[in-house]
Design a protein around this ligand. Structure first.
Ligand SMILES: Cc1ncc(COP(=O)(O)O)c(C=O)c1O
Length: 386
């Protein structure tokens, strides 16, 4: 008779991004660490935005007088309100929403919500995608159809549009809004319009992953595709993250929301979000929510400056890297946001790590935001050696 024990567990596999980050850290301070997606300052330390520092100072005075009872399952009302405004501006549509454990938690909730709408729904995932999209879908046991995001090395809507045409039954399309991870290459306005029309025609659900609002263009500009969907009548779900644009990765703060048309649907969807989060890990932690709410209520102008300077620095690094690398790298680096997928073989990536102490994931994805400006030319030189 079989007996379950630790020995019967399948062997665990390390997460490729966290494993590469660990190897980079072990290689010491001279290593060039382009692994995990964190925006670093010139000393290679995670950045604390001045607006966040100010909010933390404000909150510091209040923390001892706070209630530490359980929060509502949907999170802090003030947090949800400020994020609704960040995404939609002053004229936000009616939204059902819930605070989540980072953008990851928001994706997890929205994928599960889509599955509740129809257990047989197919999630269309343009690949390459963020490394955790497929695992999140697997853990929600949703059917996934992977389609190509690229055509001749550039973003294309063809894969999604063909899949919508050829898939029977309901579909949900997962699309990244700005600063594509891992490619840094985003859909153009015309392509957003094309994909919107196809989703509308199929009566499919749109799941928009907004993890880098303010890192490609202004926060307003980056929210444009989301607003387009919200106005289109398409069933639209949004997964938003505070990790990057408030630089509070460790607080695991995000928001899942759904555009709804009436109060009853709002109550119903928030009820489902609440049941779903309860079944995963109950309510999300609230400290990050308090920070985001305070930043947006009291330090919004400074925050706009903070994201603008992060954005400008990212663009400077990308341009510098592009100029320093040979022409066959240009298409890969000419994008927005933190990442690029360099045309390197696994063997070249391994040699970069072993011989040059340059770390990235084995697929060639590099976090440009993790490399100090003063080391960008050195990085290009080292890539040239392999
Ligand atoms: C495209 C994308 N979506 C979602 C996330 C998850 O964000 P968070 O770290 O807030 O969970 C990330 C993080 O790297 C991401 O790149």
């Amino acid at each position: 008779m079989p007996v379950a024990s630790f020995a019967t567990l399948p062997s665990s596999k390390p997460d490729p991004i966290f494993a590469a980050a660990k190897a980079a850290k072990a290689a010491g301070s001279q290593a060039i660490n382009g692994t995990i997606g964190v925006y670093m300052d010139e000393d290679g330390k995670p950045m604390v935005f001045p607006s966040v520092r100010s909010a933390l100072e404000d909150l510091g005075k209040e923390l001892s007088g706070r209630s530490y009872s359980y929060p509502a399952l949907t999170g802090l009302a003030e947090f949800r309100t400020v994020v609704h405004q960040l995404i939609f501006g002053k004229n936000a549509p009616m939204l059902a929403s819930i605070a989540s454990t980072g953008g990851t938690g928001a994706l997890s909730l929205n994928i599960r919500l889509a599955k509740l709408m129809d257990p047989a729904i197919t999630l269309i995932l343009p690949v390459p995608a963020w490394a955790n999209h497929a695992p999140l879908c697997r853990s929600a046991a949703i059917t996934v159809k992977e389609v190509s995001y690229l055509e001749n090395g550039l973003p294309s809507t063809r894969g999604v549009i063909d899949a919508l045409r050829t898939t029977d039954g309901n579909c949900v399309v997962l699309l990244q809004v700005g600063c594509h991870n891992p490619l840094g290459l985003d859909l153009s306005s015309a392509q957003w319009q094309e994909v919107l029309e196809a989703i509308k025609q199929k009566k499919a659900v749109a799941l928009l992953d907004l993890a880098y609002q303010g890192f490609s263009g202004t926060p307003e500009e980056d929210a444009a595709p989301v607003r387009l969907f919200a106005e289109s009548g398409i069933v639209t779900l949004i997964s938003w993250s505070a990790s990057k644009n408030h630089s509070i990765y460790s607080e695991r703060c995000g928001l899942a929301c759904a555009v709804v048309s009436d109060e009853n649907t709002k109550i119903e969807v928030e009820g489902h979000y609440s049941t779903l989060t309860r079944g995963i890990h109950s309510a999300a932690a609230t400290f990050g929510q308090s920070v985001v709410a305070r930043v947006q209520q009291a330090h919004h102008d400074q925050w706009l400056k903070d994201v603008a300077s992060a954005r400008e620095m990212l663009q400077r690094k990308r341009t510098m890297l592009m100029e320093a690398l040979p022409a066959n790298f240009h298409k890969a680096v000419d994008g927005h946001g933190m990442f690029a997928m360099l045309p390197l073989t696994e063997d070249q990536v391994d040699r970069l790590a072993a011989e040059q102490k340059v770390f990235m994931t084995r697929d060639g994805r590099i976090n440009i935001a993790g490399i100090p400006l003063k080391r960008i030319e050195e990085l290009a030189e080292k890539i040239g050696k392999v």
